[in-house]
Design a protein around this ligand. Structure first.
Ligand code: F6R
Length: 624
């Protein structure tokens, strides 16, 4: 994880770097820092343990030198506790070379041992610091002082030192490096961690994600693994790790910077919950009709023959995206296609079951989740074709998958995923309906009925959101509870899991999602008098069984909060009701998840938790 920024141009670098770090804080926020080179070629640096606002305040009190080149970092600790010493940027012994890094250097202990023997002094516990000392070592072997004395241009020397250092690294990294003796060039390198170059007019940017520089430019080049970029104010050159020059054409990003701002909402999470009608609409737009699958073929190049011939689907994902995968399983199987779902981190040993008869669907908002990317590589190695469902253009997943279906949800900044989840579910429905038609598992007329109902969903989400006030009152009643249970059956079971995950993430309380029918096989023992049990009890063929499970919970003292529609409201007896509009049972997760997201939000708000940046978490988990 961690967020990286870099700038070279004509403006004061620190301002741009700090602004970019604020936008990347979702990637990690336990410590941060910036460094730059002054017009007199002096290296300067400021770091804090804590958030970017603290860094900003410190710089306001004690301004940095006004360089036009610099690098910045916001950290999510892996090696070394969150502290100022462990915060990036890190420097070499002579404070001439400075680095920011995202990822894990797996062989850092070996390298550190070697560097200690040659006299290097370490100031932090991080794996990153070995890289900057290694570059220093390479500069020595390239005889920099000799080169400088001869007046040789130092850029090729700097490039070569970084290239040679990188050749010795194992693990994952995205990094930006500066050398005080070479202030007109920033070097950036990528291996298994995201890095993107923003191309401006007389200025260029480096970042973990485009949101850091969208304010200044929408032209971007997504670096590939195994590449180094030499970034100057008026040019960027790309090389592979062997030093061979490469060509890259920029892409234009459609998102604008205001999409990544709060727009009057107190938190990004609330804003993103409210953006869900649009997320579904944008993910469906132009994709449902005609039903013969032409759209899928044209947009994602997924051949009809492949869809006809597969014997099953294997979904891999993590966290909330995994829950979208579980919903996907019900949807695909409803239309006759056997489907398995695995946590990407648990998939390794099962990868061998994949073959050309199984379509692997990897779901990831960021497209950078390390567990998901590794699972994709394993699936491909077993001969599987991989379809990615992702929200992020240019992400690693889009480049490794065979086919890509984008969810068009816009940037998701709140660490707890909401609108990306609904987009992922919507994408599953789009695929499942098309697959069913192409495989002739459904008559077109029947598929049309699903599509007609599906197209109403964005408006029904709006209606559900209109109940926000009532949901906040229910949440306030239970905000001090230390345990929450979420129960549901069938296609809403993953929504119970998601409801529990949301409240755990942002309120730090214990919550469990359980299959309602399984409660009696053990977990019912945890119910105590007054325990809040949120039960999804919308109209379904399982409703009478859910009603029984609610009675069982009530009989043991639970306070049941039932998520119902107007018909099931007449059947279910609960302490509190949250009413959602009625839709087809198969589409109901797209509505039932909304009150659970809002419930989690309002519980966290009552508890005064840091909703957009919950403790211990990061938005994009790029370590395994
Ligand atoms: C939960 C959450 C995480 C992510 C998970 C996968 O609110 O955000 O559980 O869903 O880390 O992330 P992506 O979808 O980026 O692969």
């Amino acid at each position: 994880m961690c967020g990286i920024t870099g700038y070279i141009g004509k403006k004061i670098a620190t301002d741009i770097l700090v602004d970019g770090l604020k936008r990347l804080e979702y990637r990690g926020y336990d410590s941060c820092g910036v460094a730059g080179i002054s017009p007199k070629s002096e290296l300067y640096l400021k770091r804090v343990s804590g958030r970017v606002d603290a860094l900003d305040a410190l710089i306001a009190k004690d301004p940095l030198k006004k360089g036009v080149v610099g690098i910045g970092h916001t950290r999510w600790a892996t090696h070394g506790v969150p502290s100022e010493d462990n915060a990036h940027p890190h420097t070499d012994c002579n404070k001439q070379v400075v680095i920011v890094h995202n990822g894990i250097i797996e062989n850092y202990l070996d390298l550190k041992g070697r560097l200690l023997k040659t006299g290097h002094k370490f100031k932090s516990e991080t794996d990153t610091e070995v890289v900057v000392h290694l570059i220093e070592e390479k500069l020595k072997t390239l005889n920099v002082s000799g080169a400088a004395a001869r007046g040789a241009i130092l850029e090729p020397v700097f490039f070569e030192a970084v290239r040679r250092a990188i050749a010795e690294l194992q693990g994952s990294f995205a990094m930006a490096v500066l050398w005080a003796k070479c202030p007109n060039m920033l070097l950036a390198a990528r291996q298994h961690s995201p890095l993107v170059i923003g191309l401006g007019d007389g200025e260029n940017f480096i970042a973990s994600d485009v949101s850091a520089f969208l304010k200044y430019t929408k032209k971007a080049v997504f670096m590939n693994d195994g590449e180094i970029a030499a970034v100057k104010a008026d040019s960027v050159s790309y090389f592979n790790f062997q030093g061979k020059k490469l060509d890259h054409s920029p892409v234009t990003i459609q998102w604008d910077s205001t999409m990544a701002e709060k727009g009057g909402y107190k938190h990004f999470m609330l804003k993103e919950i409210h953006e869900q009608p649009e997320s579904v609409e944008n993910t469906l737009r132009g994709r449902l009709l005609p039903l013969n699958g032409d759209i899928l073929q044209q947009e994602i190049n997924l051949p009809s023959e492949l869809i006809k011939n597969i014997k099953g689907v294997q979904i891999i994902a993590c966290g909330t995206a995994y829950h979208a995968g579980l919903v996907g399983r019900y949807v695909f199987e409803n239309f006759g296609l056997p489907t398995s779902v695995d946590f990407a981190s648990e998939f390794s040993d099962r990868a061998k079951i994949v073959n050309k008869d199984i379509l692997v669907i990897a779901v990831s908002q960021s497209g950078e989740t390390a567990d998901t990317l590794y699972a994709v590589r394993e699936a491909k190695a077993s001969g599987g074709k991989v379809l990615a469902i992702t929200n992020t253009l240019g992400s690693t997943l889009t480049r490794e998958a065979d086919f890509v279906l984008y969810t068009h949800c816009g940037p998701e900044i709140g660490v707890a995923s909401t609108k990306a989840f609904i987009g992922q579910m919507a994408a599953m429905y789009v695929l499942a309906i098309h697959f069913a038609v192409i495989r002739k598992n459904i008559f077109e007329a029947d598929a049309r009925k699903y599509v007609d109902e599906f197209l109403k969903i964005p408006r029904l989400i709006e209606d559900t959101l209109a109940g926000e006030g009532a949901i906040s009152k229910v949440a306030e009643c239970f905000a001090q509870s230390e345990h929450f249970l979420f129960i549901a059956r069938h296609i809403n079971f993953p929504i119970a899991l998601e409801g529990a995950l949301k409240i755990k993430e942002i309120s730090y309380v214990h919550a469990e999602g359980y299959a309602a029918g399984e409660m009696k096989h053990g977990p019912i023992a945890i119910i105590y008098k007054g325990m809040p049990v949120l039960a999804i009890a919308t109209t379904s063929k399982m409703l009478s069984l859910v009603a029984n499970n609610i009675e069982e919970a009530k009989a043991r003292g639970a306070e049941v909060i039932a998520i119902v529609d107007e018909d099931s409201r007449k059947i279910i007896k609960a302490s509190k009701y949250i009413v959602v509009p009625k839709t087809l049972e198969i589409l109901s997760p797209l509505l039932t998840v909304i009150p659970l997201q809002l419930f989690a939000y309002f519980v966290a708000l009552s508890k005064k938790c840091d909703i957009d940046k919950p403790r211990n978490l990061a938005k994009s988990v790029t370590v395994r």
